[in-house]
Ligand binder design. Structure first.
Ligand code: ZN
Length: 156
């Protein structure tokens, strides 16, 4: 058991570990959308996680299609995969509320987000004990934020 000291491996709840490993192995919505309405590219230089995100929306402002591609650690990839499943078919407004709730939950101390607000994203709670890995979990949500704001590059 030797971990690189700069990138500790969070010990997550066993059940959640399984979910994360499953999403890492079989990422959902892992695809390029050609000529997407919204897109962005996110890079976490600390860990080397790098993803491209693509979205299409309906005139009513609903996310009709979402896809991502790239590579990175299990936490970043699972986070991306889970994000796409949660965001698809939601309105942009609902997506923004979920994104803000999750980022608050991950980045602010003492925030105990209600389960209704972030649902299964609570599984990333264990990551909070490892500040260097928090960016792995939040990268795709930052990238989503950028895509919604028409920003196409992020490097952290
Ligand atoms: Zn990572």
């Amino acid at each position: 058991m030797s971990q690189p000291s700069n990138v500790p491996e969070p010990q997550l709840d066993h059940l959640y570990q399984e979910v994360i490993l499953d999403h890492n192995k079989k990422p959902r919505n892992y695809k390029v959308i050609p000529q997407p309405q919204l897109h962005s590219h996110g890079l976490n230089t600390l860990c080397g996680d790098e993803y491209f995100l693509f979205l299409n929306t309906s005139p009513e402002g609903k996310v009709t299609d979402i896809g991502f591609q790239g590579s990175g650690c299990a936490i970043s990839k699972a986070s991306a995969s889970i994000m796409t499943t949660l965001v698809k078919d939601k309105t942009i407004e609902e997506v923004k509320i979920l994104k803000d709730s999750f980022l608050d939950f991950m980045l602010k101390d003492g925030i105990t987000a209600s389960k209704e607000k972030i649902g299964r994203l609570k599984m990333f709670e264990g990551v909070k004990e490892f500040p260097v890995r928090v960016k792995c979990a939040t990268l795709i949500w930052r990238t989503l934020e950028d895509a919604l704001n028409n920003i196409h590059e992020r490097k952290e």
